[in-house]
Design a protein around this ligand. Structure first.
Ligand SMILES: NC(=O)CCC(=O)C(=O)O
Length: 269
């Protein structure tokens, strides 16, 4: 299968409508890919916290409709990254959406670990409470978003729910790029999944985004890695490798069912 990672910049002077039109052309240039992935909150710009409420929309709104049209046009799965979802009563979520080639929503996933370090996300947005995995012709695809990379427990839950490929839309700053590279590789090796991680680029409200979108296979091999420019990075991968790695090196079978039950040394044995 062919994956396309579409790194996007979100300059503040550009309207959301103009940005959707421009990003639509970038997505069209990924024609031929089976799965096309965009970054986290590229529409509003992750660091444009004061614009979140005005940019919020429902899953019946213009961004999902835009993505559905593109997915149908290109005959591809389109992971639209994420948008600020209006969930009513003045509450908002950071919601990722995977659209199938027929334009239907395969799944939506609201980011569980909202980020509070030099970020107003945790103050403004409600955390999600559910994991999302969908069966596709190229395997079971799960979603996590950006900061979720730091929580292996969530990733293990995704694997327990069947995930074989995990998509990670992100707005990860350049200041922690080595964490991004390390954690995308670590999650792939530890969970024996493909990690398909698409980051934002450019500068938002004084924060430089890190780019370096990447695809890591379940053995930890980096199959593709972008630089820091806006644009499309393609990657061909074999979904069957997940099963092969899990059969050949069956580490997932060796885990305990309940690590919380382990006694602290010095206590009762
Ligand atoms: N958008 C985010 O969740 C940023 C996460 C991040 O910068 C980090 O974990 O470091």
């Amino acid at each position: 299968m062919r994956v396309a990672l579409v790194q996007v910049a979100s300059p503040p002077e550009e309207s959301v409508e103009d940005r959707r039109a421009r990003v639509g052309q970038l997505v069209r240039s990924a024609a031929g890919a089976d799965l096309i992935v965009l970054p986290e909150l590229w529409g509003v710009g992750y660091f444009a916290f004061d614009s979140y409420a005005a940019a919020a929309e429902t899953l019946d709104g213009p961004t999902v409709a835009w993505a559905a049209d593109l997915a149908r046009e290109l005959g591809a799965h389109l992971h639209l990254g994420s948008l600020v979802e209006d969930v009513g009563n003045g509450r908002y979520r950071n919601t990722a959406v995977l659209v199938a080639p027929d334009g239907t929503v395969a799944h939506d996933y609201s980011k569980i670990h909202v980020f509070g370090y030099k970020s107003k996300e945790a103050e403004l947005l409600q955390p999600g409470t559910q994991v999302a995995v969908s069966d596709t012709p190229f395997g079971a695809v799960g979603s996590t978003t950006c900061y979720d990379l730091r929580f292996p427990e969530l990733w293990r839950r995704l694997v327990d729910t069947g995930a074989e490929l995990v998509v990670v839309p992100a707005a990860w700053p350049a200041a922690r790029r080595e964490h991004w590279r390390l954690l995308t590789t670590a999650r792939a090796v530890e969970q024996q999944v493909y990690v398909i991680a698409c980051n934002a680029v450019g500068t938002q409200a004084g924060t430089e985004l890190g780019g370096h979108s990447r695809v890591v296979d379940p053995w930890g091999t980096v199959l593709a890695e972008a630089g820091t420019d806006e644009g499309v990075t393609f990657c061909d991968l074999d979904p069957a490798l997940v099963g092969q790695v899990r059969d050949e090196f069956p580490v997932l079978k060796d885990r305990l069912s309940d690590y919380g039950a382990l006694a602290r040394q010095g206590g009762e044995r």
